[in-house]
Structure formats: structure tokens, C-alpha cells
Ligand binder design. Structure first.
Ligand SMILES: C[S@@+](CC[C@H](N)C(=O)[O-])C[C@H]1O[C@@H](n2cnc3c(N)ncnc32)[C@H](O)[C@@H]1O
Length: 421
């Protein structure tokens, strides 16, 4: 019988047994339960909860335990999820960056379910086609019939796809992933396939007769590791799905990044806008230059750097449609393009993927410092790793956690750094 002393950054209960830590999925802080040791690693055990003896008052009942495969904190109450993120943000700064920074109150939206405007599911061919999510670090597919985090139109599309896949016999395993995006009552579906020739295409299309599907694409994968390749072929409907956001309009193409939870993203952008003190800004990892466009009315000039071609095309169209004339878009890798703009700006907004900032960019920020950096991060570990490198020249002036994805362990954080005088 073990007791969970804490909840770690992956949402696992942290127990102790024989002087080693035991990580137990599904166990909450303060709970006692019967645990079986599954793996004995060098410095820790991995355990499996067999039977819960005492239950935390932060635990909530999960009506469909399968939902925990993609929403691993569904069993933790919403207020406790906010507290947990606030606490691991503070701990990560203190333990890894050795910084005692005060953490601002977390930004969030009241809607904790039905908030995602985009989901990607994986496809596995067995006797019938199955759509679902993979278990972490594995290729075991958990079929998903219901996605409680997604918008209602996405759920309706998923119901239809599951229905179609019950009746279509599969010829091969060309189809690998399905991405569904939505805005209000419109839906775009993107089928990612390993090659252009895809036998089931016409049959699937013929069955997808829902009035709210406005656009269907086939995307061609280049490697086994990606969910979306560079090239997409339009099979049906409109070229993009128009997303209205913060008084602006963005035509979102299949491969372009766009914020998945727009009410929270809006709060995040507003925070970024209030933090910026400079007049000239680089929006690095810009996507559709959405941050750049959002802040454009408060600054003189924005240079938006983005490497994804779909995103750059959408950015250019939206800047024109939104009648913004002080945002320049640069289609390039941040590491290659940023140096040229450094001397022109006071502020850089970084919003990188999980991998964080690359070494070249960090070296440049140390060699040619800017007055201010606003770092929007979707991974606490790489954020703090980067701050550790930058802290010789920059000091952290504010840290704001953002609850972008309720019921998951993903953490979004906004940090403002200022060059030491
Ligand atoms: C987390 S998204 C942020 C997008 C945008 N700031 C927003 O709020 O919608 C990261 C973006 O960085 C882009 N990206 C990834 N690696 C890049 C690189 N090395 N250089 C430039 N852009 C990159 C991705 O295509 C994606 O659009």
C-alpha cells in the first residue's frame, strides 16, 4: 500500500518505496492505494494502481475511462488543475533555473470541455479501420469514439468517420492520420496519407456528406514521424477555413499552425501586448503572424519570421484583409533570419514549438542583446533550459502560466525577460 506525496509534471502520483520514488499513473496527491511495481529502473519504479483505498477530495468521477488516454487529468478537479500548473511552474523555475520568481495568477477560460478547434487522430488498419490516439511513446492505438475536449462539430465529424470506417473495407494502410479543424459551424478535414494514390479516397468522400464540412484535403506525408507533410491536395470545397479572432480574420490552410483554444489564446495575446514596451518588434515563430497582427496597433513595426509556407501564405492574405500595414512577413528559419533584424528592434516575441530556442539563436541573443524578450512557451522544461542560458545577460521580470488545455499535462507560459543594465 503506497501513498502519493505529490503529483508530478506528467500528472503522475509520486510515491516512495524502498528509498526510491514510484511514479503511479492515475493516482492523486494524498491518495493511498494498492500499487503493483511494473518496472524497476535505476533510480525509480513505475507502478500501476490496482486499487484505491483513500480518495482525494480533488478527485472527480470520469464517466468514460477511455477519455484518460488523451485527457490524463480528467480525474482531477478543474480548480486543482489550475493549482497544479501554478505549482509546477514555480517548482520548475526554482529547481532547474535556481530562480525564486513570483508566478502571476494563471490565465484560463471557464470552458474546460469542448474547447479544441483542432484534433489529430491516428489510423491503424486491423480488420476494420480504427481511429484513435497512441499511448505515450508507443504505437498502441486507443480507439477514440468521443473526444470530450473537442468542439461539438468536430465530435459530429468524428462520429461520421467512425460510422464510415465500420462499413468500408480497407485495401491497404496508406491513410495514417486524420486532422479535423473547425471554426463556428465549419469543418475542414485533412487526410494524411503515405502516398498520392489512395484507394479509399472516393468512397470516403462520397460518404462524408455532412453540410458543415466546407473543405477536405489529402496531405502527403514525407516521413513516418510527422502528422502533416508539406504538400496538400484540395479534394473538396474551400481553400481555407476562416477563423475570426480578436477582431482579425485568418484564412487557415491545412498545414498552418493556429491556436487551438481561441478564448484562452486571446487572453494570452492580450497579456503579451501589455508586456511589450518596445516600439519595434520581431514576432519569431510567427505562424500566421497572429501575435504580430494583434499587437500591431500598439507598436511601430513588426517583423514576423515563420518557416511554414502554408502559414506564410495565410499570414500575407490575412495582413492584407485586415488592412494592417506595419507587419512584414519573412519566410525563413528563425536561426537563419533573425540576426538581420536584431539591430532594428527593441523587443522579440518568441513562440517556438516544444523544442524551444536553438543554440544559434541563443548565442546571438547573448552576443547582441535586445532590450526585451517575451517568451511564449508550450514546454516548461525547454523554457527553463533556455532561460538558464539567457540569465547571464537577461533577468526575468514576469512569469504567467496559461491553462490552454484543461485535462492535459501540457503547459503554456509567458515570460518577460529584460536585458540587465
Ligand atoms: C507554437 S507555433 C506559434 C505560432 C504563432 N505565434 C501563434 O500564436 O499562432 C510555432 C510556429 O513556429 C513555426 N516554426 C517551427 N520551427 C521554426 C523555425 N525553425 N523557424 C521559423 N518558424 C518555425 C511553426 O511552423 C509554427 O507556426
Amino acid at each position: 500500500m503506497l501513498t502519493a506525496l505529490d503529483l508530478d509534471y506528467q500528472g503522475q502520483g509520486v510515491c516512495r518505496y524502498q528509498d526510491k520514488v514510484v511514479f503511479v499513473k492515475g493516482m492523486l496527491k494524498g491518495e493511498t492505494g494498492l500499487v503493483r511495481i511494473l518496472k524497476d529502473k535505476k533510480s525509480y519504479f513505475i507502478g500501476e494502481l490496482l486499487n484505491l483505498k483513500t480518495r482525494s477530495n480533488q478527485r472527480v468521477d470520469v464517466s468514460n475511462p477511455d477519455d484518460l488516454h488523451y485527457a490524463p487529468l480528467l480525474h482531477l478537479s478543474v480548480p486543482a488543475q489550475l493549482e497544479w500548473q501554478q505549482k509546477i511552474t514555480e517548482e520548475t523555475f526554482r529547481k532547474i533555473a535556481k530562480m525564486d520568481v513570483s508566478i502571476d495568477p494563471i490565465l484560463y477560460d471557464k470552458r474546460d470541455l469542448g474547447y479544441r478547434n483542432k484534433i489529430t487522430l491516428h489510423v491503424v488498419k486491423t480488420d476494420r479501420l480504427k481511429i484513435g490516439v497512441f499511448a505515450p511513446q508507443s504505437h498502441r492505438l486507443y480507439p477514440v469514439k468521443q473526444m470530450v475536449l473537442a468542439k461539438n462539430v468536430i465530435q459530429k465529424t468524428l462520429d461520421k468517420l467512425n460510422e464510415i470506417f465500420q462499413i468500408i473495407a480497407l485495401q491497404d494502410d496508406t491513410l495514417k492520420h486524420i486532422t479535423i479543424r473547425s471554426h463556428q459551424q465549419k469543418v475542414m478535414i485533412i487526410f494524411s496519407t503515405t502516398q498520392k494514390t489512395w484507394i479509399e479516397k472516393d468512397t470516403i468522400l462520397a460518404h462524408l456528406n455532412l453540410p458543415f464540412i466546407t473543405s477536405i484535403y489529402q496531405n502527403i506525408l514525407e516521413t513516418d514521424f510527422e502528422n502533416m507533410g508539406k504538400d496538400s491536395i484540395r479534394l473538396y470545397g474551400e481553400e481555407a477555413i476562416d477563423i475570426h479572432f480578436g477582431g482579425l480574420k485568418f484564412p487557415v490552410k491545412p498545414g498552418a499552425f493556429f491556436q487551438v483554444n481561441t478564448p484562452v489564446a486571446l487572453k494570452m495575446y492580450e497579456k503579451v501586448k501589455t508586456l511589450i514596451t518596445g516600439r519595434s518588434v520581431i514576432d519569431a515563430y510567427a505562424g500566421m503572424a497572429s501575435i504580430g497582427q494583434f499587437i500591431s496597433s500598439a507598436v511601430d513595426q513588426v517583423y514576423a519570421i515563420e518557416s511554414n509556407h502554408d502559414a506564410v501564405e495565410s499570414a500575407l492574405i490575412s495582413i492584407e484583409n485586415n488592412q494592417i500595414n506595419n507587419v512584414e512577413v519573412i519566410e525563413n528559419d528563425v536561426a537563419l533570419a533573425i540576426e538581420q533584424y536584431l539591430s532594428k528592434v527593441d523587443t522579440i516575441v518568441f513562440d517556438p514549438p516544444r523544442s524551444g530556442l536553438d543554440d544559434t539563436t541563443k548565442a546571438l541573443l547573448l552576443e547582441k542583446p535586445v532590450s526585451e524578450i517575451i517568451y511564449v512557451s508550450c514546454d516548461l522544461k525547454t523554457l527553463v533550459r533556455d532561460i538558464n542560458t539567457l540569465k547571464t545577460i537577461y533577468r526575468v521580470t514576469s512569469v504567467t502560466p496559461v491553462k490552454m488545455f484543461f485535462h492535459t499535462v501540457e503547459t503554456e507560459t509567458i515570460v518577460r525577460l529584460e536585458m540587465n543594465k
